[in-house]
Design a binder for this molecule. Structure first.
Ligand SMILES: Cc1cc2nc3c(=O)[nH]c(=O)nc-3n(C[C@H](O)[C@H](O)[C@H](O)COP(=O)(O)OP(=O)(O)OC[C@H]3O[C@@H](n4cnc5c(N)ncnc54)[C@H](O)[C@@H]3O)c2cc1C
Length: 455
């Protein structure tokens, strides 16, 4: 059996459903193929569940600190059953909202199953062939399974399976000190686990500003999380408590014993079972589908959006990919992936908000720079809230005055950084920000001050 559509979208993650909305609104018939859950990683196993858990973990943390604010309480009791029930409710509501919105799209056929190319304009799903002159890949990624000695012998958790855990591990060893690993590390520490983070690089989130990385380590260590960086030879085996992670760090014991291990060492694109060769496509060495600035693949009529194209690894970049493709196809636009200012947040508490380049990246780009930074101890809102860990930093091109990047690690850093992100997107130079009249007392109010203090 075979059916024809104007467009096929493979994957109902963060780009597929809104693109389906744009295409059907333009009068096209669209098949949206999903093999698992509508909403993809973000809704079901990423942003939504983790930020819900981060909120529960913060509640426990605030209760523990209550006496500092003059409030007496009993120590918090964490009930993981209720914590997870809350998480599931939020996830299910979000997914149901998306399903309802897809149900309301005239011209859309939601097809459940695994899609695989049989030709450049055809995919096979559950024994049926679907054809279309336009095919959009939004297949996302999954937790990487590293080629690590012992991985087959020791049970381990991934960022997906840990969401199903109904207990707090006695000692969780997190392998991987980047944003996914660190969010789980702090969250489980706050739920009551002993936690050790093991990272191969010499620093946590090594691509960040060194001072930001150091401050993040300080925040985690202050909560009792052990951090082992420079773990150049990570291997797993069974240990007396359950699991043993061999680290080979220059300092400290060569192994870490824990009851459970979470592997958070990157994500692998879901492109290996797509039959790309039948479409005349080949993934790159890391599994990404190569695309140009307009997110077109090497085969006319096939686009790749979201995590599978290697041009972004976030919900907002996947969403932006659909905007680029829709604008170019339907609005006569000429939007490019390089138009977007990169930004992301690390949702430890306090969070890190990042916009644009770090100082190191900007220097590597040949810019002559002016920079300024300020610790949160000199931000009155942070002092008033009793959350003075972290700092803010801005990097500006000395010749043009263009803002090149900023980091805000501190209360509301994920929100406050938009003051910079939006200025950068609008192309407003640093001088424009210096004239703003920010609201007092906020973390953002120090951004104009930071610009005036540039060295
Ligand atoms: C623990 C964790 C926390 C995160 N937190 C954040 C955060 O706070 N903020 C943020 O911006 N990002 C976060 N992310 C990243 C974010 O979830 C992803 O960047 C985002 O979901 C990517 O969206 P996507 O549309 O590219 O792919 P996905 O959301 O992964 O969707 C791809 C879909 O395609 C389907 N699929 C794959 N192959 C096929 C096939 N052959 N046939 C049919 N269907 C197929 C999959 O089942 C899936 O539903 C987090 C990720 C994780 C793992």
């Amino acid at each position: 059996m075979s059916r024809s559509f104007d467009a096929i979208i493979v994957g109902a993650g963060q780009a597929g459903p809104p693109l389906a909305g744009r295409l059907t609104a333009a009068g096209m018939t669209v098949a949206l193929i999903e093999r698992k859950l509508v909403g993809g990683t973000c809704v079901n196993a990423g942003c939504t569940p983790t930020k819900t858990l981060v909120a529960s973990a913060r509640a426990a943390h605030v209760v523990r600190r209550a006496a500092e604010f003059g409030i007496d309480t009993a120590p918090p009791q964490v009930d993981m059953g209720r914590v997870r029930a809350r998480m599931r409710r939020v996830v299910e509501d979000s997914r149901a909202g998306l399903e309802a919105s897809l149900g309301g799209m005239e011209g859309l056929k939601l097809v459940r199953g695994q899609a695989r190319f049989t030709a450049p304009d055809a995919v096979e799903v559950g024994g049926e062939t679907l054809t279309a002159p336009r095919i959009f890949l939004n297949v996302g990624a999954r937790p990487s399974r590293p080629d690590m000695p012992g991985i087959d012998e020791v049970p381990h958790l991934t960022s997906t399976t840990i969401l199903g855990l109904d207990r707090v591990p006695r000692h969780l060893v997190v392998v991987g000190g980047s944003y996914i690993g660190l969010e789980f590390a702090q969250m489980y520490r706050r739920f009551g686990a002993e936690v050790t983070v093991v990272e191969r690089a010499p620093a946590l989130i090594p691509r960040e500003e060194p001072e930001v990385s150091v401050a993040i380590r300080g925040i985690l260590e202050a909560e009792g999380i052990a951090v082992r960086t420079g773990a150049d030879c990570i291997a797993l085996s069974s240990g007396p408590d359950g699991v043993c992670v061999h680290v080979n760090c220059a300092e400290g014991a060569p192994e870490v014993h824990g009851t459970d291990v979470l592997l958070a060492v990157g994500r692998t694109p879901n492109t290996d079972d797509l039959g790309l060769d039948a479409a005349g496509l080949a993934a790159d060495t890391r599994g990404f589908v190569p695309v140009n600035e307009r997110l077109e693949t090497a085969v006319p009529g096939i686009w790749a959006l979201g995590d599978c194209n290697g041009r972004g690894a976030f919900t907002h970049t996947s969403w932006n990919d659909h905007e680029i493709v829709a604008a170019n196809l339907l609005d006569g636009g000429d939007r490019k992936v390089s138009d977007r200012v990169p930004g992301y947040a690390l949702y430890i508490d306090p969070p890190l908000g990042r916009a644009g380049l770090t100082e190191t990246q900007a220097r590597a780009g040949g810019h002559r720079l002016r920079t300024a930074s300020r610790p949160m101890t000199r931000v009155s809102r942070a002092v008033e809230k009793g959350e003075t860990q972290g700092l803010m930093k801005v990097v500006v091109d000395a010749e043009t005055g263009a803002i090149l990047g900023a980091a805000i690690l501190g209360p509301g850093g994920d929100e406050a950084v938009h003051g910079i992100l939006d200025m950068m997107t609008a192309g407003v130079p640093a001088e424009g920000l210096a004239r703003a009249v920010p609201i007092h007392p906020t973390v953002s109010e120090l951004l104009p001050t930071l610009i005036r203090e540039l060295n």
